[in-house]
Design a protein around this ligand. Structure first.
Ligand code: TEU
Length: 536
């Protein structure tokens, strides 16, 4: 199973709203991306993933789509899109789109014209429709409040797992599925190279929609009864028989290793890989706002379980960051460039396809949000409305806006992202952390990421090698080996602010040092946040 092109690829996620603004309206756009393609090609990434650029009321920053087959004017036009796509292809890269088909916007024409394409239910028996507690089930929405919205006109409720402006599509209806497959074929025919599929493991629900424990309905909508059937049908209807090399990755909150094996077993024809969440859910309690410090031993254990679980069948995706997560260098690191390099090294040397989120390759950090007025994200704003000012520390640490501040291109005002007023403030640390400085400094996080990508492209052991975790109980050192056809790699990183003794075989110190973040001292003691990769 070494034939799949995406095993040696690195994907770069662009959040268009925050990447590069070509027209000074304060919002990034497609022409802005086009102007930055040489930067991305210098980094060496193979695939670009665009977060949604379709027409949208922008209630959830574009994850609420009102037309699947056009571009929102704030981002440009279909002509701009075609130009961008040819620019990407001309540089030997590919481009995948965000596919958001668990729900549409409530402003999508389907929502008015096709009532039975969504989930409608009457009030709870014996309750007056529209009154508190009369919702058809006790399910809570991801963005606070009930997952049901009352519609005066029809006297019924519709289901929305996310915002009330994101009604869930009813995939039980075959017309819904056919409309989505036709739309996907339209984008592939236009030349796109695949899809990142938003919360795709939520599309099959238990049609009985029973109450869940404490308002948690996830048992009835995560990996529901027909999920594999739907994804196999999609594969047949959209992807089968296409000659081009495509990539599909399904975002799947709550997915287990066992399920992931089924989703990514090529013989089953579902998706190439999934985004799982265990490694980004270990530093909080049942609620994402209930924050806990990182337990490195637990992080290594969960990563190891996914490496082992998908070793013979299926494939992992690898990520620390995306537009929903706080910046890893602030979260699992200490905010320093050295920590950014160590975390990048650890991730990219695992077996799987790495994803870089814009600015991660610069070591971009969380933002210094002061008051709730600094936030833009509906999830944070709704949580604050419900929980009050005591929620601020958790919002600062975990709010999704940490990932959404403007890409830091240079030291000029607004980080060179826009000549206008950005829709969200640039991080003031753009004077020290920015692409212009990073590209001209061979020792930068950017060049370290470039070397990590290059190593994946040139060393088959990085792509195919078996993974063996070392020192599972060490609270500071993250170490493992990879091995493939007589080549062995040792990766070790000190993910702490104190020197750490790595209990590895000292014979490794004589091996070739392929990558290092500090000058070689030929010692098994790792300096704070130091990372090394050896080959023999
Ligand atoms: O996110 C799905 C998801 O379950 C979470 O990561 C979510 O963003 C939130 O942080 C839960 O606390 C996807 C998209 O990536 C996200 O941007 C969208 O808001 C969401 O789906 C709805 O489309």
């Amino acid at each position: 199973m070494t034939g799949s092109w995406w095993k040696s690829a690195v994907v770069y996620q662009i959040y268009p709203r925050s990447f590069s603004d070509s027209d000074g309206d304060g919002v990034g756009d497609l022409r802005g991306i086009e102007e930055r393609l040489d930067y991305l090609s210098a980094l060496g990434v193979d695939v670009l993933w665009l977060s949604p650029v379709y027409p949208s009321p922008q209630d959830d920053a574009g994850y609420d789509i009102s037309d699947y087959q056009d571009i929102d004017p704030v981002f440009g036009t279909l002509d701009d899109f075609d130009r961008l796509l040819s620019g990407v292809h001309a540089r030997g890269m590919k481009l995948i789109m965000d596919l958001v088909v668990n729900h549409t916007s409530d402003e999508h024409p389907w929502f008015r014209a096709k009532r039975d394409w969504y989930w409608w239910r009457p009030a709870r028996p014996g309750m007056t429709p529209g009154t508190p507690g009369a919702e058809p089930t006790n399910w809570r929405s991801f963005f606070s409040g009930p997952a049901w919205e009352y519609d005066e006109e029809s006297g019924e409720y519709y289901l929305h797992l996310f915002s009330r402006k994101q009604p869930d599509l009813n995939w039980e209806n075959p017309e819904v599925r056919q409309a989505i497959y036709a739309m996907m074929r339209w984008w592939l025919d236009r030349g796109v190279d695949g899809f990142r599929m938003d919360v795709i493991n939520m599309i099959s629900k238990d049609p009985a929609l029973p109450d869940g424990p404490g308002g948690d309905g996830s048992a009835f909508y995560l990996c529901g009864p027909r999920i594999h059937e739907f994804l196999q049908e999609m594969h047949r209807e959209v992807f089968a028989g296409r000659e081009r090399e495509l990539l599909t990755v399904g975002e799947m909150p709550g997915v287990t290793v066992d399920q992931a094996v089924l989703f990514t077993d090529p013989a089953r024809g579902e998706v190439d890989m999934v985004f799982q969440f265990e490694h980004v859910n270990i530093d909080h309690g049942p609620s994402k706002w209930d924050i806990k410090p990182l337990d490195l031993v637990a992080l290594k254990a969960t990563m190891n379980r996914w490496q082992a679980g998908l070793a013979s069948v299926g494939w992992n995706s690898l990520y620390w960051n995306n537009h929903d997560q706080p910046r890893v260098v602030s979260r699992y690191g200490d905010g320093s460039p050295l920590a950014a390099k160590a975390l990048g090294t650890v991730l990219h040397l695992h077996r799987g396809t790495p994803y870089i989120y814009q600015g991660e390759e610069l070591g971009m950090t969380n933002a210094p949000f002061e008051t709730i007025a600094d936030f833009r994200d509906i999830e944070s704003i709704n949580h604050y409305a419900e929980a009050g000012p005591s929620a601020l520390p958790a919002l600062r640490a975990r709010g999704r806006d940490n990932a959404r501040t403007p890409m830091q291109w240079d030291a000029s005002p607004h980080a060179g992202f826009t000549t206008g007023t950005p829709w969200i403030a640039a991080n003031p640390n753009h004077k020290e952390i920015n692409a212009a400085d990073a590209v001209s400094d061979p020792d930068s996080v950017f060049h370290h990421y470039r070397r990590l990508i290059d190593l994946r492209h040139t060393e088959p052991c990085v792509v195919h090698g078996d993974f063996t975790l070392l020192l599972p109980d060490d609270p500071s050192v993250y170490a493992f080996t990879r091995s493939y056809e007589g080549t062995e790699l040792l990766v070790m990183a000190n993910l702490s602010a104190e020197p750490a003794q790595a209990a590895i075989d000292p014979a490794w110190l004589d091996a070739e040092l392929v990558l290092a973040t500090l000058p070689d001292e030929r010692s098994t003691t790792l300096r704070p946040w130091e990372a090394r990769v050896y080959r023999r």
